[in-house]
Design a protein around this ligand. Structure first.
Ligand code: NDP
Length: 256
């Protein structure tokens, strides 16, 4: 029986970087499945706009300003979610940035900033959310990787290192926390039309067409492509799925 398998009523989801792009696409899916959403980002105006959109469609959502590179801010954010919403069932570690420079040019502070935002934040948020999930008898963690979890890229050494690290961090948490009924999985997006890639398109001539040519599905991904995978990995449907890294890339990673 699949009735109710994807129902997230009564669940609370924290989505970092949930105020735009892939994070908002996931938040929309989770909200439609019945979850209450905590939208986390630095730009509170953008987060409040996202919350307004989600609540207009009938969901419950709150905007919480936090910089995920700041452990004190993350701890405060998790405390606030538990106080205001009572629980954390789902954590989506999605906040991310890229600095497009080759390995011989990227500066140490730029490297640190990418690693902290994309990788260390997933560790800090997961560690902060883990006690509440364990006490509640289970939870779901979704970490956002990339095609660069698999491939190298001359223009993104820190980004690729952070995204490769995300997959191994996901597997480690999956093993450690399986006894606590916490499933941890990674999602690896291909080229998705968001603010992040709009910046890349401005910098790289012909990127739009190169992506179309290289992607078997023949199109760029959209934030809406992440609603279903977010619901699946947050729901009872995935209770025996843990430690995986699932590409959502229109076939990009399987084309020779
Ligand atoms: P966007 O730039 O559209 O969104 C990034 C989000 O992260 C924003 O909501 C931003 O909110 C938030 N964010 C960034 N830094 C911080 C921080 N220090 N603290 C809190 N929030 C932060 O990017 P995408 O939607 O494209 O990217 C989302 C994830 O998907 C990233 O991890 C990215 O690496 C990954 N990805 C994207 C791909 C693509 O093609 N778009 C491909 C592969 C992976 P705010 O500015 O308010 O803080």
């Amino acid at each position: 029986m699949t009735a109710g398998l994807f129902d997230l009523s009564g669940k609370v989801a924290v989505v970092t970087g949930g105020n735009g792009g892939i994070g908002l696409g996931m938040a929309r899916g989770l909200a439609q499945a019945g979850a209450t959403i905590a939208v986390v980002g630095r730009n509170q105006t953008k987060s409040e706009d996202a919350v307004a959109e989600l609540t207009k469609s009938g969901a419950k959502a709150v905007a919480i300003a936090a910089d995920v590179t700041d452990k004190t801010a993350v701890d405060g954010m998790i405390t606030r979610v538990l106080k205001e919403l009572g629980r954390i069932d789902i954590l989506v570690n999605n906040a991310g940035i890229n600095i497009r420079k080759p390995p011989h040019e990227i500066a140490l502070d730029e490297w640190d900033s990418v690693i902290k935002t994309n990788l260390t934040s997933a560790f800090v948020c997961s560690q902060a959310a883990h006690p509440a999930m364990k006490a509640a008898g289970g939870g779901k963690i979704i970490n956002i990787g990339s095609m660069l979890s698999i491939f190298g890229a001359s223009f993104a050494p820190a980004y690729a290192a952070s995204k490769g690290g995300i997959v191994q961090f996901t597997r480690s948490c999956a093993v450690a926390w399986a006894p606590h009924n916490i499933q941890c999985n990674a999602v690896l997006p291909g080229w998705i039309d968001t603010e992040l890639t709009q910046n890349a398109r401005r910098e790289v001539d012909g990127l739009h067409d190169k992506v179309l040519a290289r992607t078997p599905a023949g199109r760029w991904g959209a934030s809406g492509d992440f609603a279903g995978i977010a619901v699946f990995l947050s729901s009872r449907a995935s209770d025996f799925v843990t430690g995986t890294a699932i590409p959502v890339d229109g076939g990009f990673s399987v084309q020779g």
